[in-house]
Design a binder for this molecule. Structure first.
Ligand code: CLF
Ligand code: SF4
Length: 531
């Protein structure tokens, strides 16, 4: 099958260089990119793929993604996933990976606290499902490669299907062994596969992969990257032909594959990828990775957004990935794995209650419909305001789940970021911050870093906020907003933006450029010149 995207096929064009863009300073405190995974929801439009709904895709696809927290941005507010660490071995080496065990304080792919046998894994999944009715997806995402351990991965799926057939199955792989296992993937009804593809040019690939293990021997350099690339493209084409939803994860490595990911996006779209999840490199010397030790930095939040925005119109994008551990349990962004260690499971009374699970999902569907109706109302109101229909701003939101503005400023460890215009409130990412509220008191030393993390936003929507952070945010030009406490996020963001435009029209305020618009403009100008 065709794998013709090697070096020779790269277009002689100049794309934007994120290295040349001045970072605004927002922190991108995310865990290491390693053996984990990552996905987006599915949308037929050129916006964030994970924000799609039942009107944006065929019914059979919607059915596959509607309660998958990675494939649907909306679902990630309501549904949880879990990973079981049954796949310790890997058949390649990535310069951003160092697999660690017993590292409960590190939240990044490739890290686990307990390796499991397939039997232990199935026991754990059933125990988690009995406690967390919103857990709908089981993924095998390491700590090595799911398909470098095919017997363990597929044994787990086979046994689980017998005990809990309503749980969706998902794997994440580097793709080297993928073509050999497409039949088994289909046999076990694995509807969702993630392939990590960081390049479509082996000359780029040899800077990321020092070696692969192929045909019983170690292959290095350009040849290794070429084989990996060909296997990835072949595997993707085979999955597409069999109707398996495929998500591509790419690790954004500044100076190595930043511009190149635009080409990756095009090539995977051509081959039928459902989603493209561009994730930041996580690189710290203490993680012991090659990139960490050689000082290769990860991108800033703004640099990541520039590349993601440049890919709009290609393969649909996922922007809500949390770069999970290989044994993560819970909603994306939370990890409840410590509650489900093997010792604790032994003491639990496990009752797998299908009715309880169905009843939870019915409630979520009702909530979703209310959320859609609220958004439509807000959009209608927004369209009626005849002020600068092209203006876009970023809004930070404090939420603890359920798709609502429902978290106090002081309790936030992660803001969700929405890009708001008259026509849309689009989830574009998240920003981690240090907790402001420490034991009932605000830690004012944390404030500058929190403000810096969202300094390209025009407003921050919160359930509640104290006087001190309110003043500091206002002084930085970020409007603290409490009035939408408890409301659906998209409606709240659209309503705030409608009011913002009305205040501009009334001459009460003037629009302040927060800098991100310049970056976006620069990016698109660069792309336009390259096209
Ligand atoms: Fe896990 Fe991956 Fe399946 Fe999701 S995670 S195997 S598709 S169930 Fe999701 Fe985690 Fe990102 Fe992966 S947030 S790292 S995309
Ligand atoms: Fe680590 Fe292997 Fe995954 Fe690369 S493919 S990140 S080396 S586990």
């Amino acid at each position: 099958m065709s794998t013709s995207t090697a070096a020779g096929s790269m277009p002689a064009k100049t794309y934007l260089s994120i290295g040349s863009i001045k970072p605004l300073g927002a922190r991108l405190d995310v865990p290491d990119a390693g053996g984990g995974c990552g996905t987006t929801g599915g949308e037929g439009k050129a916006s964030c793929g994970s924000s799609g709904g039942p009107d944006d895709m065929p019914a059979e696809i919607w059915d596959k993604v509607k309660n998958h927290p990675c494939y649907s941005e909306e679902a990630h507010h309501h549904y949880a996933r879990m990973h079981v660490a049954v796949a310790p071995a890997c058949n390649i080496q990535c310069n951003y990976c160092n697999r660690k065990y017993d590292c409960s304080n590190e939240s990044r792919p490739g890290v686990v606290s307990q390796k499991l046998t397939p039997e232990q894994a199935v026991k754990k999944v059933v125990a988690v499902a009995s406690e967390i009715p919103q857990m709908t997806v089981l993924g095998v995402a390491g700590p090595g490669d799911s398909l470098a351990n095919p017997a363990k991965t597929f044994d787990t799926f086979r046994m689980l299907q017998e005990q809990a057939p309503d749980i969706k199955l998902c794997i994440s792989t580097n793709g080297l062994a993928l073509p050999d296992h497409v039949d088994e993937i289909c046999k076990y009804n694995v509807d969702h596969v993630t392939i990590t593809i960081n390049m479509v040019d082996p000359a780029v690939g040899e800077k990321i992969y020092p070696w692969i293990f192929w045909n019983h021997k170690r292959v290095t350099g350009y040849e290794a990257a070429k084989i990996l690339h060909e296997r990835q493209m072949l595997g993707l084409e085979m999955l597409t032909a069999r109707g398996v939803l495929t998500k591509i994860n790419s690790v954004l490595i500044p100076g190595i594959n930043d511009e190149h990911l635009i080409e990756v996006n095009r090539e995977v779209k051509k081959r039928g990828a459902f989603l493209h999840n561009i994730m930041p490199l996580i690189s710290e010397a203490e993680h012991g990775t090659v990139f960490g030790l050689t000082g290769q930095r990860g991108p800033t939040a703004q640099e990541l957004k520039v590349v993601q925005d440049a890919c709009m119109g290609g393969a649909n994008l996922m922007r809500h990935c949390r770069q999970c551990r290989a044994d993560a349990v819970g909603l994306l962004g939370e990890d409840r794995s410590e509650e489900f260690t093997l010792d604790k499971i032994e003491e639990m009374e496990v009752v797998y209650d299908l009715d309880k699970r169905r009843s939870y999902q019915e409630k979520v569907e009702a909530e979703r419909q209310a959320q859609h109706a609220a958004k439509q109302d807000a959009l209608a109101a927004s369209a009626a305001i005849d002020v600068d229909q092209h203006m876009k701003v970023l809004v930070a939101v404090a939420t603890k789940g359920g798709g609502r503005v429902n978290e106090h400023f002081g309790h936030v460890t992660e803001f969700q970021i929405f890009e708001v215009s008259a026509a849309e409130a689009l989830f574009v990412g998240h920003r981690r911050v240090d907790l402001y509220c420490q034991g009932g008191h605000g830690d004012d030393e944390q404030l500058p870093s929190v403000v810096k993390a969202i300094n390209d936003c025009h407003a921050v929507l919160v359930a509640k906020i104290g006087a001190c952070p309110r003043d500091e945010l206002s002084a930085a030009g970020i409007e603290p907003v409490e009035q939408y406490s408890g409301e659906f996020i998209e409606k709240a963001a659209l309503d705030w933006f409608s009011g913002y435009r009305q205040r501009i029209a009334a001459g009460e305020i003037t629009h302040q450029d927060r800098g991100d618009a310049q970056i976006r403009q620069g990016a698109f100008t660069g792309l336009a010149a390259a096209a």
